[in-house]
Design a binder for this molecule. Sequence first.
Ligand code: EPZ
Length: 417
Amino acid sequence: MKFIINGGKKIGGEIRVSGAKNLALKAIAASLLSKQEMILNNVPDIEDIKQIIEILKDLGAEIVKNNNSQYKISTKNINKTELNISLAHKLRASIVLVGPMLARFGEVRLPYPGGCVIGRRPIDIFIDGFKALGVEVEESKSGYYFKTQKLKGVKFIFPIVSVTATETLMMAATLAKGKTILINTACEPEILALADYLNSCGAKISGAGTHTIIIEGVNKLSATIFDIIPDRIEAGTFAVLAAATKSDLIIKNCNPANLEVPLLMLKKAGVNFLTGNDNIHMLPSKKIKAINIVTHEYPGLVTDLQAPFTVLLTQAQGMSLVHETIYEGRLFYIDKLNKMGANIILCDPHRIIINGPTKLFGHKIESPDIRAGIALVIASLIAEEKTEIDNIYQVDRGYERIEERLRGIGADIKRID
Ligand code: EPZ
């Protein structure tokens, strides 16, 4: 499937942010920790969620989708401990299922996880963490086999900060025997929200959202109803889109407090906006200034907004440096922006220099991953003439009905087979 986008149209009005993909995936995985029914509201209707739901259904979970965004999940009749190869391979986040599966069933087989091609993405920290919790790990050609008699509380120090490894070990430890202390944990808002969700089911987690998380193991978790927080990456993406298209746009249902550094960088680039408790009003930008950005763990500038920022900086006056510190394969989409008329130099796998401003022109391009994909959509909205973006499955993995929502704010975008 492709997007056909005619750029240069006036963008404006209001756009609503969906639930956070990177919390919903983990909250769905966490429903494996209890035999009771979990109700999740505000789950985004995106491809990655469909994948994890399919994996759970394949294991024997009963899942009902009540309206566009509510899921009722019951895992009481799960009868398998082997994750489906082709489904798990499509989704890197399938590794987060290992924590809850081990806590509940004591064993799980995981095929090699797939996901975005944005760097090496090893899983050594997960493996070391599981071993510390008392898990035996076997690796074969087809993937991993994890087994434990009973997870045991432990002090585990993360060598580097990892979002999903923090979440996976935190989930596993909720049902472990005794106390687990996780040190050097990631502190993304989705981790705090995941801990809130688990605590509302009876878990005893403190310190989530900081670099030390303490979990007192409990025997079981009970039913709960939980609302997924708004997606800060989607909100930040819309803010950059408004800045790049010089639009007056109100971004509704978001939490600006979770976007402090991205908003600061927009301000440094000369973009004006007003923030409310749950909205950001982007004001039409005039002249965009060159800035240097460095991606960093939360609360720093999130790597998932690096590609949209790069597109914005093609419109900035002067030379900008973008330093991607998290992944070594997340800058190669710049070839596509250069095809469209940008002037970006790849200095090394982690650094690019953008010379701006340059006019962008429509081209036939392909979406390499979720975030580069949406960045190319933004580039197409500011480009002259028609752009064709192929492989938009990547965009659908992270953004709900995006063409419909962008049409709602004035974009000329359509989806074709
Ligand atoms: C999460 O990925 C997000 N994914 C990513 O979003 C996001 O880009 C990333 O965090 C950083 O914010 C989900 O939440 C599903 P990490 P994750 O482990 O947890 C290295 C998107 O577009 N590392 O924090 O996989 C790793 O290679 C996605 O929505 C190891 O070396 O990222 C990276 O350099 C893409 N060994 C660094 O840690 C390990 O065992 C941080 O990655 C694990 C990670």
